[in-house]
Write a protein that binds this ligand. Sequence first.
Ligand SMILES: [Zn+2]
Length: 90
Amino acid sequence: MIAFMGLFESKPLLATVLGRAFRCLVCDHAWFRPREVKLNSTGAELFGLAWANASALGLVCDECGYVHEFAGRNRPQLWNEKQGYPEGAE
Ligand SMILES: [Zn+2]
């Protein structure tokens, strides 16, 4: 297991991207497990992401396991079950 900037929790988390509720692209599930994904320098250059510090945030769908990768400046925000989505995100 990899801790991601203190965000790691044993339970899956809700995610918002640019303030909007994010759901799995495959199965529409709302719960994800965060992972830090290392991009090798070749990949980072390939995608023009050398500025992104060669790491991405991976959100692993807790239902189907699909990994969504975010390498931009606006990283997804994560919310635990107690917090729920922020107002206006659903
Ligand atoms: Zn899924």
